[in-house]
Design a protein around this ligand. Structure first.
Ligand SMILES: Nc1nc2c(ncn2[C@@H]2O[C@H](COP(=O)(O)OP(=O)(O)O[C@H]3O[C@H](CO)[C@@H](O)[C@H](O)[C@@H]3O)[C@@H](O)[C@H]2O)c(=O)[nH]1
Ligand SMILES: [Mg+2]
Length: 193
């Protein structure tokens, strides 16, 4: 509840894959005057993202897939390296994260640790991400990964050292915000020991 917001009304501009709404409301400025604001918000739900790491090897698991929005915004081949991530399809982020990890990477994870929540693009997108880390090892690999074929997912699974991944941020090979956040979390908190 924010007493500086009143008369909020919304109109659906698009409800195709996700919902784009236009909101009109009165917002009270610092000087007390009320202004009419018009803002659009794209609602594709919330999400989960998970960095898998192996302490002994010093490695992490990343994914690589075609991301259309990056392709139309300067990413030459549209391929993007990311931590494993998925849409939150229940109110249990932990279970959802484990399921996404298994679908996309083939690792069946047991223990996961929530590290933070983050709004990913707060001026235009409603999405909040639940970010996790979890340890993995070769024994947890139950299939090749790659995503769900009927959802047209084609996900390459990469295993690199944390040091290589940190260097890929510097070179621009990694440009995804949630991925950079989780890699930096791993480094700052010395997850590799
Ligand atoms: N038909 C159709 N399919 C779509 C559309 N947008 C996405 N999809 C499909 O919907 C599926 C969603 O897969 P998930 O693994 O659940 O989600 P994600 O796309 O990886 O999203 C995750 O990462 C995003 C990027 O950082 C996050 O924004 C999101 O919250 C989530 O964490 C994918 O197969 C994708 O191709 C669309 O407009 N139309
Ligand atoms: Mg995904």
């Amino acid at each position: 509840m924010n007493n500086r917001v009143k008369e909020l009304s919304t109109e659906i501009l698009s409800d195709n894959w996700s919902i784009l709404k236009k909101a009109i409301y009165q917002y009270q400025q610092n000087d007390g005057r009320w202004q009419t604001h018009v803002r659009e918000a794209y609602d594709r739900g919330n999400g989960v993202a998970m960095l898998l790491y192996n302490k002994e090897q010093g490695t992490v698991i990343l994914t690589r897939q075609f991301r259309l929005p990056t392709y139309v915004n300067g990413n030459e081949d549209g391929m993007l390296i990311e931590v494993c991530a998925g849409k939150l399809d229940s109110n249990n982020p932990e279970e959802c994260a484990k399921r996404e990890v298994e679908e996309e990477t083939g690792f069946k994870i047991t223990h996961i640790q929530k590290v933070m929540e983050a709004y990913t693009s707060p001026g235009s997108v409603t999405e909040m991400l639940y970010l996790f880390v979890a340890e993995y090892n070769a024994g947890m690999k139950v299939h090749a990964g790659g995503g769900v074929a009927h959802e047209q997912e084609e996900i390459e699974v990469l295993e690199v050292t944390l040091e290589q991944a940190m260097e890929m941020i510097v070179t621009g090979e990694i440009k995804d915000a949630k991925t950079i956040m989780l890699l930096q979390y791993a480094k700052l908190n010395q997850l590799m020991g």
